[in-house]
Structure formats: structure tokens, C-alpha cells
Design a protein around this ligand. Structure first.
Ligand code: C2E
Ligand code: MG
Ligand code: MG
Ligand code: MG
Length: 283
């Protein structure tokens, strides 16, 4: 049956390919079941205002407790959710779960949205229905999109972004600097926030080129009234450099790893004050 699934145009067919097809089908079925059985969970990674040291918000990151396989990271399954269309139901679950978790915390919430979710013809309504149901204010939600969303139909994407903005939802451009980054697009998209990809931030102290790119991206964004988040802040040296560059917000393992909700609230209650107080300039 796997042979049929590959199709008759396939000339080379090996045991290895066979195994990969079977693997993939098994994973699809397991994901479908996992959604029904509640095997997904969210971890939350804090974002810190670099000038004040305050936690400004969290990003929700999806994890999958696959039976017999342990906790799976998104790179193992997001593409499959996307290709099968399961991302629509998974995305609704993520938003509902994250809003319910963060509702009573004084924090903004960032949620990742993949291209297929973004292209849903009534995305705004779909999101608002969930926000209303949970009682989560739209202006505390930030959607993290990537430039992939815009590549196919830039006009349509811009219209959608304006619709979301009119509802009060904020938009962040994720992973900036990798892939399709274009200044033309940066100018045209109604963005609140830009997230500089961790590839640049992680090598800030060792690469003059990356430091220059990060610094000038921050300046450019500020000229365009766009907030800047640096992702992948792994240590104090990077944090200090970013603060010197005027970067608004930092996110990374050096501040806090993504945590399950209970551990996040512990961290917010205790670690924040001591961990971040010492990192303030002169503090
Ligand atoms: P992203 O949105 O760019 O998320 C940042 C990724 O970098 C996360 O990986 C995070 O754990 C990791 N990270 C954070 N700080 C550091 C650091 O200091 N160093 C390093 N090396 N990594 C750091 P994660 O959780 O594996 O997520 C990977 C990607 O999967 C995300 O990238 C996002 O594109 C996607 N994703 C995650 N959750 C969802 C979701 O609910 N829906 C959709 N559509 N995509 C999601
Ligand atoms: Mg993200
Ligand atoms: Mg990112
Ligand atoms: Mg990424």
C-alpha cells in the first residue's frame, strides 16, 4: 500500500524509502490521534524588557507527548501538521490553551501561526471567536508570522494583516534575517514587532558582521516604529550588547528556557527578581 502511495512515477524504490513512508504515515495517524487524546502541551518562554528587566510577555511553544517516544519538539511534527491540514485544529487548541493559561497573568501572549493557518479566509473571525470564548483581550495577543506567509500572495497577506490590526491583534515577524527577508516587504507590512533570528543573536559577541547586522536592524526598525525582540539570548554578554544597541526585548535560554505553565509561574514569582535585577545596567 505504501508503494501505491508513492505513485507509479517513482522509479527507484528502496527499503529505506519504504521505511520512511511507513514512518511518515504512522506519524500522521499518531498526530491525528494525539490531537483527539490531548497529547499536546505548551511550554512558555518569557520575554524580558531589556531596559527595565521586567517580564513583558511569553511565547507559547508547542510540544507533543508521543506515546512511547517521549516529548517531541516542533521540528519533528509542525511540518506534518501543516501538510496534513491538522495544523488548523492544532492551532485552535494552542490559542485556546495559551489564552486560558495566560489570562490571569499580567503578560502579553505570543503565538506562532504557520502559513496554512494564516491563509484561512476568515482568520480574524476564527481568532476572535476563541478570544471571546476565553475572555482574552485581543490587544494582549501577538501573532508570530514568518515571511513565508507573504511570499505567495503579498496583497492578500497585507489585507489580512490590516484586518488583524483593526481587531487590535499585534503582529510580529519571526526569524527575521533568514530566508526571504526583504526591506521592501518590511516597509509594506503593518508590523508591530520584529524578531531578529537567533542565528544572528547567538553569535553576537564572536562575529563583527552579526553584531553589525543586529545593531543596524534595531536602528532601522526603530526608524520604522517597529519594536525589536532578539531571540536566542544565551548569556549575559549578549544581553548587555543588545541593551547597548537599544534592543527592546530579549528572549533566550540565558534568560529562561521554555517552561510548562506551573514552572513558569514559579519562575515569575521568584527567579525573575533576583535573576534580572543583577542584569540591569549598573544594578
Ligand atoms: P520560533 O517561533 O522561532 O521559536 C523559537 C525557538 O527557539 C523555540 O524552539 C525555542 O525553544 C528556541 N529558543 C529559545 N531561546 C533559545 C536560545 O537561547 N537558544 C537556542 N538555541 N534556541 C532557543 P522550539 O520550541 O523547538 O520551536 C521551534 C519552532 O517551531 C518555532 O520557532 C516555531 O516556528 C514552531 N512552533 C512552535 N510552536 C508552534 C505552534 O504552536 N504553532 C506553529 N504554527 N508553530 C510553532
Ligand atoms: Mg516564534
Ligand atoms: Mg523565531
Ligand atoms: Mg525559528
Amino acid at each position: 500500500r505504501a508503494r501505491e502511495a508513492i505513485g507509479s512515477s517513482c522509479h527507484f524504490y528502496t527499503a529505506d524509502m519504504h521505511n520512511r513512508v511507513i514512518d511518515r504515515l504512522n506519524t500522521e495517524v499518531a498526530l491525528y490521534r494525539g490531537l483527539e487524546r490531548g497529547e499536546f502541551e505548551l511550554h512558555y518562554q518569557p520575554k524580558v524588557d531589556l531596559a527595565s528587566g521586567r517580564v513583558s510577555g511569553v511565547e507559547a511553544l508547542l510540544r507533543w507527548n508521543r506515546p512511547g517516544c517521549g516529548l517531541q519538539m516542533p521540528d519533528r511534527f509542525i511540518d506534518i501538521l501543516e501538510q496534513t491540514g491538522l495544523i488548523m485544529d492544532a492551532g485552535d487548541w494552542v490559542l485556546r490553551e495559551a489564552c486560558a493559561a495566560v489570562r490571569h497573568l499580567p503578560l502579553s501572549l505570543a503565538v506562532n501561526v504557520s502559513p496554512r493557518q494564516f491563509q484561512h479566509p476568515r482568520l480574524g473571525e476564527r481568532l476572535m471567536r476563541i478570544l471571546d470564548e476565553i475572555g482574552f483581550p485581543a490587544d494582549r495577543l501577538e501573532l508570530e508570522i514568518t515571511e513565508q506567509i507573504v511570499v505567495e500572495d503579498e496583497e492578500g497577506a497585507i489585507a489580512t494583516l490590516h484586518d488583524l490590526a483593526s481587531r487590535g491583534i499585534r503582529i510580529a515577524l519571526d526569524d527575521y534575517g533568514t530566508g526571504f527577508s526583504s526591506l521592501q516587504r518590511l516597509k509594506r507590512l503593518p508590523l508591530h514587532t520584529l524578531k531578529i533570528d537567533k542565528d544572528f543573536v547567538m553569535s553576537l559577541e564572536t562575529s563583527r558582521a552579526d553584531a553589525a547586522i543586529v545593531r543596524s536592524t534595531i536602528e532601522l526598525c526603530h526608524q520604522l516604529d517597529i519594536h525589536v525582540v532578539a531571540e536566542g539570548v544565551e548569556n549575559d554578554a549578549a544581553m548587555a550588547m543588545l541593551r547597548g544597541f537599544g534592543c527592546d526585548i530579549g528572549q533566550g535560554y540565558g534568560i529562561c528556557r521554555p517552561l510548562p505553565l506551573a514552572r513558569l509561574t514559579d519562575w515569575l514569582g521568584t527567579a525573575t527578581v533576583s535573576a534580572l535585577a543583577g542584569r540591569r545596567p549598573g544594578g
